[in-house]
Design a binder for this molecule. Sequence first.
Ligand code: IPD
Length: 279
Amino acid sequence: MADPWIEAYTFAVEIAKKAGAEIRKASESEIKISTKSSTVDLVTATDVRVEKIIIGALKEKFGEDVHCFIGEESISKKGACILTDEPTWIIDPVDGTTNFVHGFPFVAVSIAFVVKKELEFGVVYSCFEDKLYKGRKGQGAYCDEESIQVSDNIDINKSVIISEFGTDRTPSKVKKICSTMERILKIPVHGIRGTGTAATNMCMVACGAVEAFFEIGIHCWDVAAGAVIVQEAGGVVCDVDGGPFDLMSRRMMCANHIDIANRVIKEIEIFPSERDDGQ
Ligand code: IPD
């Protein structure tokens, strides 16, 4: 059977590259910053403009009312995001806004497509590195045109794990994050890393540079595209308690192998975070 979403997939790659070029151009001018949920949760005029460009292009291509859209910047103004069975684009125009503001060169455009609540494909464009990661359900994962696979190392003591501190500075949460990092270091693992963009972190798992990445407090637009890419590269995506991955839960663990995921999960001190769908 012909792939019903091939046109959408191809177009997502095209528009992610265009959006990335806009971000690169914008990084050369003065960056205007505002804040969202906290004083360290940054947004720039570029986030808003690039999201408009992406959604505008998708609407023009596929029709105004045919698809639904969950975009980081449009949603943060309106509140909860509801995922229906309709074909839905989930977009983070600038994943790694803090990096963008500071000139730390890991910034990604993340575009995922979901139908009947199932992820169909994901595209992540790391725009300063000029690397395009993509994954289509059942068709593998790629970095540019090269097929990618997760690491085959299942020895936790030889692993590198990614996690992030996020943007919530509630003292009790910061304490749990730091304590979790300490526990993981003491396993011991070879190292803990973080690129400052969840989408790129997931691509690092997908291409075998690290064994796992997890975070509590991320949003669906940070992880939707990366989730398909990791799975298509042979990895696993689940909840930070080992249960099934829930796109709206704001919790995500992905790894090259379930044994690595489960070993890291043993050390995670989970804290509550409000769901993206407000339920
Ligand atoms: C952030 C990045 C970061 C993660 C934060 C996210 P944004 O996304 O993905 O790595 O730690 O939790 O909010 O705000 O730059 O799109």
